[in-house]
Ligand binder design. Structure first.
Ligand SMILES: Cc1ncc(C[n+]2csc(CCOP(=O)(O)OP(=O)(O)O)c2C)c(N)n1
Length: 285
């Protein structure tokens, strides 16, 4: 991005009035500004969906990929340019359903990106089908007898796959959400924040009031470095839903482990030498 103005302006959106995405995008803007990031230093990425429109609504670099394919593109961008702050903002269908395989295996790679999942427990863009995190029995126009599938537990999955930063927040709790976003962005490695985000149009069960009644902050006595305690907290999703950092551990990143990347200047700054291409292609002739 050539425009180096300091402000992450917000554009007009196509979201429904009252959508939980508004709280998330405002917190994202605030978190980036409080971290003194300039728009040209940031790359927002997404796949397809209502949440996935987030990168298009903030004035910064952005990339929207195929449905479920935001993580491979984000990871490739970070590997090419380690100087960028890369944040993926996309839905739970995009992240855990269509992109489920990428979710698991990019956690294992531990590239230094943040992944903010707008989890509204429904497919919003396509008008209200059950998503991976929909509760069993959730009735939709397609699942008329209610969803028969066991809900996907993203926090458990992330911990099991080896993620070093796993958090949950709620779009109706901006003070906590901004703090968690900042910690996730500063964390060196893959950082997941699953954000409960009411869909006011297609999910009449998991509303603002529903989450407000259930969410509670993990307090000082909770140790996020204790993996067994984290697994117990990740399993808690019902009358009470814990929010905050569920699990944290510092691990070597993809860059730390890769001898070429960790010692060289970023790939995007390296000079291209077309004669080398000529030389190596000779081997195939
Ligand atoms: C390969 C592929 N499958 C399905 C779709 C249709 N589709 C587009 S968005 C979407 C679900 C979006 O749900 P989610 O990621 O939870 O985001 P939300 O719209 O709820 O924010 C689906 C199924 C598609 N575009 N491409």
């Amino acid at each position: 991005m050539s425009d180096t103005s300091k402000e992450f302006c917000m554009y007009e959106t196509a979201w429904c009035p009252g959508c939980g995405n508004f709280g998330i995008i405002k917190c994202l803007k605030q978190a980036l500004e409080e971290l003194n990031k300039d728009p040209h230093e940031v790359l927002l990425m997404a796949g397809i969906g209502q949440a996935a429109k987030t990168p298009q609504y903030l004035k910064t670099n952005s990339f929207s990929g195929l449905h479920g394919r935001s993580l491979p593109a984000a990871i490739a961008a970070k590997i090419a340019n380690n100087n960028l702050t890369i944040v993926v903002n996309t839905g739970e269908g995009d992240s855990y359903g269509e992109g489920g395989n990428h979710f698991i295996h990019n956690i294992r790679r531990n590239v230094d990106i943040s992944h903010f999942v707008h989890d509204n427990q429904v497919y919003g863009l396509t008008k209200g089908q059950a998503s991976p995190t929909s509760s069993e029995g959730f009735v939709t126009g397609v699942q008329t007898e209610g969803s028969m599938n066991t809900p996907f537990n993203p926090l458990m999955m992330a911990i099991a796959a080896g993620a070093g930063f796993v958090a949950r927040s709620f779009s109706g709790d901006p003070v906590q959400l901004v703090e968690l976003m900042k910690k996730a962005i500063l964390y060196k490695g893959y950082a997941l924040v699953d954000i409960l985000q009411p869909c006011v149009t297609f999910n009449k069960i998991n509303t603002f009031a529903y989450y407000k009644k259930r969410v509670y902050h993990l307090d000082e006595s909770y140790d996020p470095h204790d993996k067994m305690a984290a697994i117990q907290k990740a399993l808690e999703f019902g009358d009470k839903i814990p929010t905050g950092i569920i699990y944290q551990e510092q691990k070597q990143t993809f860059y730390d482990k890769n001898k070429v990347l960790s010692t060289a200047i970023p790939l995007c700054e390296q000079k291209l030498d077309p004669s080398l291409l000529e030389k190596y292609s000779q081997e195939f002739i």
